[in-house]
Design a protein around this ligand. Structure first.
Ligand code: GLC
Length: 495
């Protein structure tokens, strides 16, 4: 379905002059969350901003298909337009699907409605029947495409929740000419979560045919991510470094040989962030707005943050911030290792996040023991996170693995200098300070001593106010917008 835009068919045999017209393309994204409708992690940021950036190009027609969760706010819902409904096969079951449309910044968002699967209390994942919920969604999305006759040139699925769509498309819908023409991209945001289910679900729940067993099976289980990797046309992931890393066992959570075998179709494209949404000049959550040419507001943000968290209001002491899900791959063990040594220095440490109970308790304990030097807020809090991004001086993110990571980019946007481990997207976005170059502090090995060493370098540099200000300016000027990366996505689609 590639239309050469505005070139009229001609009967004449004469040679046509070469004109470069960008091919008109329809792209459909599939995902389990997207900002501003529903967000629990980085995937939502990406699906809330990449489609919007691509839709700015008039040769691209962009849609996103999402589940209609009960917790999507009425503020959006009241604008939704009902389009159609039908029944979807989930193994032997037949389940209702309604389809709603909402157009937002030139992107068409289609929402799949089924209250039994998606109107639930609390979080959007973590239910005993997640496999069934997303099998339904993956299949309903394809049926929506057929019903509404919106067959795209490229279907871009994201993470395990939509992996089954690629398996259905390539393994079961292939007889249909309209589906056969669709090329697929499977984007891995984190290879750790693969969508693994017992073999009894293979036909009963997913309704997969025997012919594709070797693609979908892995270590005696149904593995949706593996199936999608094997069957898709292109696999992409969210940074070039991570694309290299997932060929190795340390990073691949059992899929390294699958990645190596599919290396020829693997692409790594660094995510961007929505620089309008994350903008210290206009952000309503921060204590004072500021820009790179006038940083006065940032000092106000710092003082107010210290006041709010009961830390001494001091300009001369650097604030080191950690904003993270409290899970092991975020490198929190390194922080645990050196926290008490770090707190003997003249610094303030702020932690915001929630997650595994062991980490939550540790950070509560350290904040109590070092009252006046360390503050921990065990929560997920967007508003407070903005106050910390803007009020802190340094942002610590020592991940063990990090497919892309967005927090280091957000921190940079607010002039808070990243200190990161050189892995995945952290390695691609943050370059170590050397003389007048670099936009952060980095260390290579997963080792707390090395991390403490570079933190101390940062603290040392902070004492030289002029040098630090220059660094902050450089950090703020680093371009993390989607512009460059969206070009790369378009190139990939053109392949
Ligand atoms: C996942 C990854 C994170 C990435 C995000 C968006 O949450 O863990 O590194 O930035 O997806 O792609």
């Amino acid at each position: 379905m590639t239309h050469a835009k505005s070139v009229k068919p001609t009967k004449a045999k004469a040679k046509l002059p070469k004109i470069s017209v960008k091919e008109y393309k329809k792209i459909v994204f599939l995902g389990s969350e997207a900002a501003p409708f529903i967000a629990t992690g980085g995937l939502a940021d990406v699906l809330g901003s990449l489609p919007k950036e691509l839709a700015k190009k008039d040769n691209l027609d962009i849609s996103v298909i999402l589940p209609l969760y009960g917790n999507i706010s009425d503020e959006f819902r009241k604008e939704f337009k009902f389009l159609t409904n039908f029944y979807v096969s989930v193994g032997w079951r037949s389940q209702y699907a309604g389809v709603f449309l909402y157009e937002y910044k030139k992107v068409k968002f289609y929402f799949i409605d089924n209250e039994y699967y998606f109107k639930r209390e609390g979080n959007i994942y973590g239910f005993y029947d997640d496999g069934e919920r997303f099998a339904f969604f993956s299949r309903a999305a394809l049926d929506t495409i057929a019903r509404l006759n919106i067959y795209p040139d490229v279907l871009n699925c994201n993470d395990w929740q939509t992996a089954a769509s690629i398996i259905y498309l390539k393994g079961m819908y292939y007889g249909d000419e309209n589906f056969r023409r669709i090329k697929t991209v499977f984007t891995i945001h984190n290879i750790e979560y693969q969508g693994k289910f017992g073999m009894e679900t293979y036909a009963d729940l997913f309704g997969f045919p025997d012919s594709i067993l070797s693609f979908v099976e892995c270590d005696g289980l149904v593995n949706l991510m593996k199936g999608a990797i094997e069957m898709t046309d292109i696999v992409s992931t969210v940074s070039p470094t991570y694309a290299g890393e997932i060929k190795y066992p340390f990073f691949a959570h059992g899929l390294d040989s699958v990645m190596r075998r599919n290396e020829h179709k693997l692409v790594g494209i660094l995510n961007g962030i929505d620089t309008d949404y994350y903008n210290p000049k206009t952000d309503k959550s921060v204590f004072a707005n500021y820009t790179v040419s006038d940083l006065t507001g940032k000092s106000v943000c710092k003082a107010e943050l210290q006041k709010m968290l009961n830390l001494p209001e001091r300009k001369d002491v650097p604030i080191i911030a950690v904003i993270s899900r409290l899970v092991s791959h975020k490198g929190l063990d390194l922080i645990k290792d050196i926290a008490e040594r770090l707190l003997t220095e003249d610094v303030q440490l702020i932690i915001l996040g929630k997650g595994e109970i062991g980490y939550e308790n540790y950070f509560r304990y350290i904040a109590e023991s070092y009252n006046g030097k360390c503050a921990a807020v065990i929560a997920y809090n967007q508003d407070l996170s903005r106050k910390i991004y803007s009020g802190a001086d340094m942002f610590l993110m020592p991940s063990k693995s990090e497919p892309c990571g967005l927090s280091q980019m957000i921190a940079s946007r607010y002039g808070t200098v990243p200190i990161v481990r050189e892995t995945g997207g952290l390695n691609d976005s943050i370059k170590a300070v050397v003389g007048d170059t670099g936009n952060g502090f980095t260390f290579h090995d997963y080792n707390s001593g090395d991390m403490l060493y570079v933190i101390k370098q940062a603290i040392e540099m902070y004492k030289d106010a002029a040098a630090w200000k220059k660094l902050v300016e450089r950090v703020m000027k680093t371009d993390f917008s989607w512009k460059k990366s969206a070009e790369k996505y378009e190139e990939m689609y053109n392949k």
